[in-house]
Write a protein that binds this ligand. Structure first.
Ligand code: HEC
Length: 110
């Protein structure tokens, strides 16, 4: 019984941790958006262009998402990279920083 209880507890911790990846905790947070803009300029602009305008790489301001446009999809694109030349960032910037960049990208949407 005790074992079952700890298994259930363990699973619910795992589930709540993975749930964190689905919603951006920084959406609309002005401080985080400012930090996200800074991160974008440092790491992303050289490929995705000023303000996500694209170029050789995908435009990040339209509704046209090759890999999906939900918070979760975009998080995955950034964290793990994509085969067509998008680097993985999860070992370079923190999870919070990935969310901040997404909060910034959301402000660019047209
Ligand atoms: C070396 C160039 C390069 C850098 C730097 C780069 N990207 Fe990308 N990114 C790409 C390419 C190329 C693709 C398209 C990949 C594909 O189609 O498989 C892409 C795809 C994406 C996508 C998915 C777009 C879609 O339509 O689904 C997102 C989101 C994204 N990048 C965000 C970022 C962010 C945020 C950063 C900075 C942390 C960044 N990228 C840095 C080259 C880059």
């Amino acid at each position: 019984m005790k074992r079952l209880l700890s298994t259930v507890l363990f699973l619910s911790v795992i589930l709540s941790l993975s749930a964190c990846e689905k919603k951006n905790p920084f959406t609309g947070n002005p401080e985080a958006i400012k930090a996200g803009a800074e991160l974008y300029r440092t790491h992303c602009e050289r490929c995705h262009g000023p303000q996500g305008s694209g170029g050789v790489c995908p435009n990040l301001t339209d509704k046209d998402w090759k890999y999906g446009g939900s918070d979760k999809d975009i998080f995955r694109s950034i964290a793990s990279g994509r085969p067509g030349g998008m680097p993985a960032w999860k070992d370079i910037i923190s999870r919070d920083d990935i969310w901040k960049v997404i909060a910034y990208i959301r402000t660019l949407e047209k």
